[in-house]
Design a protein around this ligand. Structure first.
Ligand code: FES
Length: 171
């Protein structure tokens, strides 16, 4: 999907703000992903122009780092830790279960746009391995069954966050 004028302005603002710092491309890409949720393919020529790079150079960096998404993410981002401590406590089986349950692989989004699944390498919660992060919340000692419960809760919570006006009508 093409980007909107507003998104184009956001991308240009971020690129211009950061263009003079050393190694500006990576911080610019992170800035865009933080603000838009992903790095749209249409951002590549805009960034290339600001940094005086070729499109191929920018594209190469975007595709080299798995951290950068080129498609809009789902409403919730589910990160399953793949680092050592979590590996030792079952994150591999947990990951396999998550993929099967959601019907997607890493870096993909469910058809209903609810969840994007991503690997992460240590959430600083090794004592609670295996760890999972959903949006900004970290969960420890996550079993496959608990993961399903957490995902269900996240799905239910979504309308509350996006529809503040309905709060008063809920009683
Ligand atoms: S290794 Fe998974 S939280 Fe540290």
């Amino acid at each position: 999907m093409p980007i909107t004028n507003h998104q184009s302005e956001q991308i240009l603002r971020i690129a211009r703000e950061l263009k003079d710092i050393p190694g500006a491309l990576i911080p610019i890409l992170h800035g865009i992903q933080d603000e838009l949720g992903y790095v749209p393919p249409d951002a590549i020529p805009l960034i290339a122009n600001v940094l005086n790079l070729t499109r191929a150079e920018v594209y190469g960096v975007v595709t080299f780092y798995h951290d950068f998404r080129s498609e809009a993410p789902g409403r919730h981002i589910v990160r399953i830790c793949q680092a050592e401590s979590c590996q030792a406590t079952g994150s591999e089986a947990l990951t396999a279960h998550a993929k099967k349950h959601l019907g997607i692989e890493f870096h993909q989004t469910t058809l209903d746009s609810n969840f994007t699944l991503e690997p992460v390498y240590c959430l600083g919660n090794c004592a609670g391995s295996p760890s999972v992060m959903i949006d900004q919340d970290v969960f420890g000692r996550v079993t496959p069954a608990r993961l399903e419960v957490i995902l269900k809760e996240a799905q239910v919570e979504a309308p509350k966050e996006t529809n503040d006006e309905s709060e008063g009508a809920k009683r």
